[in-house]
Design a protein around this ligand. Sequence first.
Ligand SMILES: [Zn+2]
Length: 239
Amino acid sequence: MRLHDGLKLRLEAGGPEVVLRINRRARRISIRIDARSGEAIATAPSERRLKEAVEFARSRRGWIAERQSARPPAHRFAPGGVVILGGRSYRLGAVRGAGAARFADDPDGPLILSGGEGDAFARRVENLLRREARARLEARTRVHERTLGLTPSTVSIMDARSRWGSCTPQNQTIRYSWRVIMAPEAVLDYLAAHEVAHRVHADHSPAYWRVVHGLVGDHRPHRAWLRDHGAALHAVNRG
Ligand SMILES: [Zn+2]
């Protein structure tokens, strides 16, 4: 039986659906809610323990339903909406034509104006935020690299399901999720420090966390922010 991609199972009529997966590196049976898809995923270390995983999921079905209903609803960028960047609220406004999204200011505060309708509008706003994310993250990456005496790495933007950033020290590349642009500035800065510090230590050892601490101080409030708000950031503009 191949279960790498997961087998979907409904626990009871009308009850929540659970995706069963086998992960041989897992040490125990576990259940989690995927931040992006909202699916409940039960993981077992082997085929032999699948039945046990189903039983475990069944015993936690109240928790699954509760967590799934607490997820922020998915929504797309649309005229009249608001997006928060670095702690500032930007109202989204439509302009005629098919022009690219851009930042603007008016007496009521900052705006993002874009052409296009429906999906096209949402896509243009996301493209602007991706460019902005790249610029801000690259700037903070350079600051931390200078502090540590490192050469500049290649920075790129992604939209990963499960991670905010990744660092490949061997070829000096760092990738960030564009969605972190919707987090407070200090959280974005922490993420840049987190990835740059991996160029010094590839692991999450105490020595690694000392490097992060030297760059941005206590990392715990930033990690807590991402844990608490990550699902909301992932719910925005999902196709
Ligand atoms: Zn890390």
